[in-house]
Design a protein around this ligand. Structure first.
Ligand SMILES: Cc1ncc(COP(=O)(O)O)c(C=O)c1O
Length: 357
């Protein structure tokens, strides 16, 4: 992602996390058929380096700012993926880290943070309680909390997802992108990234429509967009999409503005629909995403069903995190694998059974 360093808030040479970015953009014709559009691509940050979510991008910019400021400790308030990323990037850079998460996160997110040896603290409460605490802590201990006092640097890292989409499409714009929203920073910065490259004359095509998706159990940005105003009403989260369960999103009004001005929309989906979205993506593209990606795919399906896509649309789905971190979302709905003896006869019986179905 540092190939775009002139577009990032950094002077001089970045020294840490130089190998994050440039995740695959995958052609997904079977999903295009399902959505009734001309083309679909999956921007696959489920395989982001090193911590398997798009949060590697925002930590890459924030940690270089922390190092440039001479800070020796970084931290974050996180719904899980940012915790993974801050712990991994700090370990590699030799910085100390303090990481604060809600107490009820998925085990994959907790272990996927603890393994890097941070100071990991679970807080009794929702993300919004954790975030409030971190706002009080940052200046008191002189830490660089990436999404609090380094937020200006953190946010700009998300623009690189937009830059890569444009470059990977051959320096042209898609018709639309669909992305999940938590704090609303990613959608805001996708809009900013597209605008910067279009204004600079680097790409051909119109500005993409930006669609932001949330889980119905925590959808304050989508509901604000639906009301058509710019006053966010905070919500108490109640969804299995924990990575995007932010009830009082810092960039909510900006994300709603990007959706509105680009001609996109907000869409929320039920937990049941997001689980179906995870399975649909896996079964049609071979990509296993976490709950936030399920919200993206289910949101795209709902938008298509409501007639918001056109048959000549070329759509990019932003898949922002890896399914192995939230296996509990699908473990109960997938068919159990049969256990059989190591006998050809037993396999033949299974084949016959399934062929007859
Ligand atoms: C996997 C995943 N996707 C999307 C988001 C949304 O990010 P933002 O807070 O920039 O809206 C998050 C936030 O934690 C996330 O973990």
């Amino acid at each position: 992602m540092w190939r775009y360093r002139e577009w990032l808030p950094f002077e001089g040479d970045p020294v840490a996390s130089l190998d994050t970015g440039f995740s695959p953009l995958i052609d997904a014709p079977r999903l295009a058929d399902k959505l009734g559009v001309a083309r679909v691509w999956v921007k696959n940050d489920a395989v982001s380096h090193p911590s398997l979510s798009f949060k590697d991008r925002v930590v890459s910019t924030a940690i270089n700012a922390a190092i440039a400021f001479g800070l020796d400790t970084v931290g974050c308030a996180s719904t899980g993926n940012l915790a993974n990323a801050v712990a991994a990037h700090a370990a590699r850079a030799g910085l100390a880290s303090w990481i604060f998460i809600p107490e009820d996160l998925e085990i994959g997110k907790v272990i996927g943070t603890a393994v890097y040896g941070p100071n990991l603290v679970r807080i009794k409460g929702h993300y919004d309680d954790v975030n409030r605490l971190c706002a009080q802590l940052a200046d008191r201990f002189g830490w660089g909390i990436v999404n609090v006092n380094l937020r200006g640097y953190y946010g700009e890292g998300s623009k690189t997802m937009a830059f890569e989409i444009l470059e990977q499409l051959g320096w042209r714009t898609p018709s639309a992108v669909v992305a999940p929203m938590a704090g609303g920073s990613l959608v805001t910065k996708l809009g900013k990234g597209f605008k910067e490259f279009i204004d600079a004359g680097l790409v051909t095509g119109n500005s993409p429509r930006v669609y932001g998706t949330q889980a119905s159990g925590c959808a304050p940005i989508v509901r604000m967009w639906e009301r058509g105003d710019s006053t966010l009403v905070p919500e108490i989260p109640n969804t299995i999409a924990r990575s995007i369960a932010i009830g009082n999103p810092a960039d909510g009004p900006f994300a709603a503005k990007v959706m509105r001005e680009s001609g996109g929309r907000g869409q929320h989906v039920s937990d049941e629909a997001l689980v179906a979205g995870i399975r649909l993506l896996a079964e049609t593209t071979g990509v296993f995403t976490e709950t936030a990606g399920g919200v993206t795919v289910a949101g795209a399906v709902a938008l298509a069903e409501a007639g918001h896509f056109h048959s000549d649309d070329e759509i990019v789905l932003c898949i922002t995190g890896n399914g192995l971190k939230t296996t509990e979302a699908v473990s109960d709905v997938l068919p159990a694998a049969p256990v059989i003896a190591p006998k050809v006869r037993d396999v033949a019986a299974l084949v016959a059974e399934r062929t007859n179905q």
